[in-house]
Design a protein around this ligand. Structure first.
Ligand SMILES: Cc1cc2nc3c(=O)[nH]c(=O)nc-3n(C[C@H](O)[C@H](O)[C@H](O)COP(=O)(O)OP(=O)(O)OC[C@H]3O[C@@H](n4cnc5c(N)ncnc54)[C@H](O)[C@@H]3O)c2cc1C
Ligand code: SF4
Length: 564
């Protein structure tokens, strides 16, 4: 860890190095700013540290998950649902699951790379159906940044001309795999729009990075830097400018202020020795992930801001959302004992189903898209989800092995990912009693789904069942009942948490303005999912990246004008 000279004042201090922090570091250093980045976790570069291509059988654990690696032994993320010494709490009767990364690059080391733009309607939901709020910006404000992100990072897909699933600057999409072709055929019959996936994985070389070689293991991090992760694609070039000082193992506690209410820097805990440190900066950009940035601001109390920094509106920690999620697997007899062939590809969907229906005819607002799974993934611990689920399968010895061979690749999976409407029962606040191992107070969550989300999950379940039936298959699980919430995943568990420091034109109802700049503190910005006003059914990261770039350009312009 570099020693940060205590008296040096940086132009910008960025907290967090994931999608938002990485993009801010890239854009600001390229624009000439001297940047210091505080990152709570250790250095990790997929080109050096990934376990790509290690077979599951090379490990005594056979790739099984653990507390530290909930998504499997070789997963590229350090962190998880439950970080030792770093708790969060939930209000009585509340379930909320919060995944936190603690490493350079954050969750971009193992994310699914599904890279969807928000559409024009996603910025003006309230104007359309009266629910939630409109954003203070529209699609046209952010489109140039989506274009820049496409060009810099690289994304495959296809131009389809769908109004609310905007096209991008795409590399060619890989061909669908066998099971994906069968799903598409069923969707075509059912009039469900099914198009090539949109993932930030290179199918052609770009900016010195190699194209994907289709090992299918993106979740472990890519040794050839062919998919998007913040360290490989943003932080490495930012470091190459010589303008970025990276401080890992630095847990930010608080944004510090002068008497006029201007941010002066960030205090942090140096994890290696537990000491309290401070870094000075003319501008502070929080990108510690949506709720963690809200936590830092809520913890930054002073006589000027007794309810937390930049929280004069009292809305900090409010309007929080997660993507809705429901899933189903089906068994497809037509795919039993199919000829084994190389079905490798990228580590994600080669097809997906964008939202295709008109809400006016439905009992829930907004929509969802569908992600698919299946095929011949390399086996590891727990693969196929239990052989006994297949007709007549199980037992011992040779017949069991034969069953595995016969049924391998004969199932498909569907995951619905939809839009939640922010509601007053979902928020986070400081827990009055609990602190983490650094002595920093932790967040307490309140969460309640509404019928909007339950009805959407019901629709997802019915849709998945109709697709499996159209494929001639049977499902592995009965339809969840209303009492079971129609299988709606718990809040936070889809790991697309957003809001908490939302943007808006009115300082009485929002924390940030349309440039993601705090209404109350002009040199304080947020560059993660915190500023989002609504969720959309799209996975959020492409929008986090585009917004972070837009915010960084605004900071550069304001610095040039002498306003910051
Ligand atoms: C398994 C999985 C799959 C996903 N798939 C997709 C997908 O396909 N498409 C999509 O759009 N999104 C996906 N996501 C979500 C995506 O990963 C996030 O939206 C994105 O990474 C958020 O970026 P961020 O910069 O806000 O936060 P993060 O990427 O989480 O980065 C935050 C960083 O801040 C650091 N940090 C936290 N607190 C502090 C502190 N106090 N001091 C200093 N540093 C701190 C962390 O260590 C971390 O490096 C997925 C997430 C997971 C976990
Ligand atoms: S599938 Fe492609 S992008 Fe993903 S890890 Fe393998 S080579 Fe890298």
């Amino acid at each position: 860890m570099p020693q940060v000279p205590q008296r040096l004042e940086y132009d910008v201090c960025i907290v967090g190095s994931g999608a938002g922090g990485g993009m801010a570091a890239y854009a600001l250093t390229k624009a000439g700013a001297n940047v210091v980045m505080l990152e709570a976790g250790p250095e990790w570069y997929s080109t050096r540290d990934s376990k790509m291509l290690v077979p599951a059988y090379a490990s005594p654990r056979r790739g099984a998950s653990s507390r530290e690696k909930p998504f499997g032994e070789f997963d590229g993320c350090i962190g998880g649902w439950d970080i030792e010494g770093e708790p969060y709490t939930t209000a009585p009767g509340t379930r909320f699951d919060w995944w936190r990364a603690r490493m350079l690059g954050g969750r971009t080391n193992h994310w699914g790379r599904i890279s969807l733009r928000f559409g024009p309607d996603d910025f003006r939901g309230k104007s359309i159906d009266g629910l939630g709020d409109d954003w203070p910006i529209g699609y046209d404000d952010i489109k140039p940044y989506y274009d820049q992100v496409d060009r810099l990072i690289g994304i495959f897909g296809s131009n389809e001309g769908l109004r609310n699933a905007p096209d991008g600057i795409f590399q060619p999409a890989p061909r669908p795999r066998c099971y994906e072709l069968m799903i598409k055929q069923a969707c075509d019959n059912l009039k469900i729009t099914c198009i090539p996936g949109r993932l930030s994985i290179l199918t052609q070389p770009l900016n010195g990075r190699m194209a994907c070689h289709y090992c299918g293991q993106c979740g472990r991090g890519c040794q050839t830097n062919s998919n998007f992760s913040s360290p490989g694609v943003l932080i490495t070039p930012a470091l190459a400018t010589g303008k970025l000082t990276l401080v890992t193992g630095a847990m930010a506690r608080e944004v510090t202020l002068d008497k006029q209410g201007i941010a002066t820097g960030v205090s942090y805990i140096r994890k290696s020795d537990g000491s309290e440190q401070h870094v000075r900066a003319r501008v502070v950009v929080l990108a510690a992930s949506a709720f963690e940035s809200a936590r830092i601001m809520l913890n930054s109390k002073s006589s000027l801001f007794p309810q937390g920094l930049a929280n004069s509106s009292g809305t900090m920690g409010r309007y929080i959302t997660d993507t809705t999620g429901a899933g189903l697997n089906g068994f497809i007899p037509k795919m039993v004992a199919r000829v084994p062939h190389n079905e490798d590809g990228t580590g994600g969907n080669h097809i997906y189903m964008p939202w295709w229906l008109d809400n006016k005819k439905l009992d829930f607002p907004r929509g969802y898209h569908i992600e698919v799974g299946g095929g011949f993934d390399p086996p590891s611990y727990g693969f196929m989800g239990g052989i006994q689920r297949y007709p007549g399968a199980g037992g011992y010895g040779k017949s069991l092995k034969d069953d595995y061979r016969r049924y391998f690749g004969a199932s498909v999976g569907f995951a619905g990912r939809g839009e939640m409407i922010p509601n007053d029962d979902c928020y986070c606040e400081m827990d009055p009693k609990v602190v983490d191992r650094f002595g920093i107070p932790v967040l307490r969550f309140h969460w309640k789904w509404s019928d909007h989300e339950y009805n959407q999950a019901k629709h997802m379940q019915e849709t998945f069942r109709s697709i499996v039936a159209e494929m001639g298959g049977t499902v592995f699980a009965p339809m969840p009942t209303k009492e079971q919430g129609y299988g709606l995943a718990s809040g936070g568990s889809i790991i697309h948490e957003l809001g908490g420091t939302r943007m808006g034109d009115d300082p009485a109802t929002s924390v940030l303005n349309k440039h993601c700049q705090a209404h109350d503190v002009k040199n304080l910005f947020v560059a993660d999912g915190g500023p989002f006003v609504s969720q959309a059914d799209k996975n959020p990261t492409w929008t986090i990246l585009a917004l972070a770039w837009r915010t960084s350009d605004y900071i550069t312009q304001q610095r040039k004008e002498g306003a910051l």
